[in-house]
Design a protein around this ligand. Structure first.
Ligand SMILES: O=C(O)C(=O)Cc1ccccc1
Length: 284
């Protein structure tokens, strides 16, 4: 099965795609939008996207992308420990002037560089693997933040194998597709919604529906509705499958008190609460 990921080969997303299952063929793509569009149009069956990081929080482009698609659903999730390496064609850090990577990776390492290499400029690239290719072409004054495999693939030296600010640096990836995922008994559902108007207790009214039925929430986020300041889209992840009658009852009640609700998908739990074997340490 083809799965689109943020390429080129050797990105963190590539590592995540390969770990999803042996039947997956990774298709490198240039941007998160291209992945969304290809899955929406049915050109590829699945895509994998980072959605949340333990240091940096939400990957906002991916959060926003989920709202504007019609056919896409979240069909799975995976959590990875991400270990950032400093890679270069050169052999020592003294030569480095610029370090390239994906903005998410740069943010996860910013404090490390500020403390240890304040004169190195951090510069954004489309992905960490793109950064490796660029650093290789530019020469020993350029470095890249990427994973070990990318270093090997592009013939770069590992100048440091731990440049992230927090030792525990986890990223949750979602798998998107167009078909429903059947309930497994250990499932999670993601929804997004917004309100008609701003009144006291509106969010509480939604949360109360989950509390009443003893449903555990695992995440809540808000994003600007991209209209005026103060208008938001809320995102909630919770335990349970959308086909479960109890969850359907909650969703019906929420529909009545919101302007719109979008079910982003129900999928097997893939984090520490769920399938441990799906959590890889130090691979991507
Ligand atoms: O740039 C990459 O390699 C990606 O796959 C995006 C990314 C960056 C940082 C953490 C997780 C995913």
């Amino acid at each position: 099965m083809e799965m689109g990921y943020l390429g080129p080969e050797g990105s963190y997303s590539h590592g995540a795609a390969l770990a999803y299952g042996s039947e997956v063929t990774g298709i490198p793509m240039q941007s998160f939008s291209e992945i969304f569009e290809a899955v929406e149009a049915g050109k590829i069956k699945m895509g994998i996207l980072p959605i949340e990081n333990s240091t940096e929080g939400a990957v906002t482009m991916v959060m926003d992308g989920l709202i504007h698609t019609k056919r896409i659903q979240i069909i799975g999730e995976l959590v990875f420990e991400i270990r950032h390496h400093l890679l270069s064609i050169g052999k020592n850090t003294e030569e480095l002037q610029v370090v390239l990577s994906h903005p998410q990776a740069l943010e996860q390492c910013r404090e490390f560089f500020r403390k240890n290499y304040p004169n190195i400029r951090l510069l954004a690239c489309e992905s960490s693997s793109q950064a490796c290719i660029a650093a290789k072409n530019k020469g020993p004054s350029y470095g890249a933040i990427g994973n070990k495999l990318a270093g090997e693939r592009y013939g770069l030296n590992i100048l440091s194998d731990q440049v992230q600010d927090n030792l525990m640096n986890q990223t949750r990836f979602i798998v998107i597709g167009r078909e429903d995922t059947k309930a497994t008994g250990r499932d999670k559902t993601s929804i997004a919604f917004s309100f008609h108007d701003d009144h006291p207790g509106s969010l509480y009214e939604v949360l109360r529906e989950f509390a009443k039925d003893n449903i555990n929430l695992t995440r809540i986020e808000s994003r600007p509705a991209k209209a005026e300041l103060g208008k938001y889209v809320f995102y909630i992840d919770f335990h349970g499958h959308k086909n479960d009658p109890k969850i359907q009852g909650i969703l019906k009640s929420i529909e009545k008190i919101t302007r719109w609700v979008k079910i982003l998908g129900s999928y097997p739990l893939g984090d520490e609460e769920g399938m441990q074997q799906k959590t890889r340490v130090g691979v991507v």
